[in-house]
Ligand binder design. Structure first.
Ligand SMILES: CC(=O)[C@@H](O)[C@H](O)COP(=O)(O)O
Ligand SMILES: NCC(=O)COP(=O)(O)O
Length: 250
């Protein structure tokens, strides 16, 4: 089954926040994305609320509950007490824990699972108790032992950090090598019973090869390139293009 598309609306929020005005409207664009067949919506609130504001979360939750009850809400972020409280209030179907420092411009690495094992165990336990699926952001470095730690922590999935792949997927040497390491990491995760998501710098151009190497990829969350394409093609057509790039026949 092709990977499901979750549309990350962070970049749309960043554009909105240039002015103290309510557009572009996250709820309206989220609705168009879901009407066009996106499987879910992703947000990555950061402590300074520079794109997603905490007040956006109930609006997205209500959109899904009221109009798209089959869709999923995925919240990504670093598990501070404030973040975990946001998750508790928003009841996302999935939470993706990301090791981001508040000063980071964007996510640029996965967890060091050996170093942060006990910290993550506590956070994963709290989220699992609330009934969320939990995914942990992971480097695609082929580290099979690290993936076993994720399983032992009680998480359900890893999300492969695809940033290094995104920019050089068409380099026949470097791109191919990075893709193979991502694939090896996914294989190791599947072997211990974890699901595999992927995200960061995915595009219509680089998704097809990823989907071929990891045919059982569960979900991709995509924001930056999808928002850029939406300026050119419109949100509905862009969602359809990304769904096709994931392998859907629509
Ligand atoms: C975990 C991940 O790769 C995305 O959530 C990404 O961090 C989006 O956040 P920004 O929109 O702040 O780049
Ligand atoms: N988890 C990755 C994500 O949600 C979006 O990343 P990007 O497409 O904005 O790079």
């Amino acid at each position: 089954m092709p990977a499901k598309l979750s549309v990350n609306i962070n970049a749309i929020a960043m554009l909105r926040n240039r002015r103290d005005l309510p557009w572009p409207n996250l709820e309206a664009l989220g609705r168009i994305a879901l009407q066009a067949g996106a499987y879910g919506l992703t947000v990555h609130p950061r402590p300074d609320q520079r794109h997603i504001r905490f007040s956006d979360l109930p609006v997205i939750r209500a959109l899904i509950d009221d109009e798209f009850p089959q869709a999923e809400f995925n919240i990504e972020g670093y598990p501070t007490d404030d973040f975990l409280a946001l998750c508790e209030a928003s009841e996302p179907e999935q939470v993706t824990l990301v090791p981001d420092d508040p000063s980071q411009a964007t996510s640029d690495h996965g967890w060091d699972f050996r170093k942060h094992r006990s910290f993550l165990e506590t956070a994963v336990g709290k989220l699992k108790k609330k009934g969320c699926r939990v995914s942990l952001f992971a480097d695609g470095d082929g580290d099979a032992e690290a993936v076993k730690i994720v399983r032992d922590l009680g998480a359900d999935r890893i999300e492969l950090y695809t940033g290094p792949y995104g920019g050089c997927y068409d380099d026949p040497v470097r791109g191919k090598a990075i893709l193979e390491k991502l694939g090896e990491t996914a294989d190791a995760a599947f072997a211990v019973g974890l699901g595999v998501n992927a995200g960061h710098d995915l595009t219509v151009g680089n998704l097809p090869a990823l989907a071929v190497r990891i045919p059982d990829l569960a979900e991709v969350s995509i924001g930056h390139a999808l928002t850029a394409d939406a300026l050119e093609y419109g949100m509905a057509e862009t969602v359809r293009r990304f769904r096709r790039a994931c392998g859907e026949t629509i």
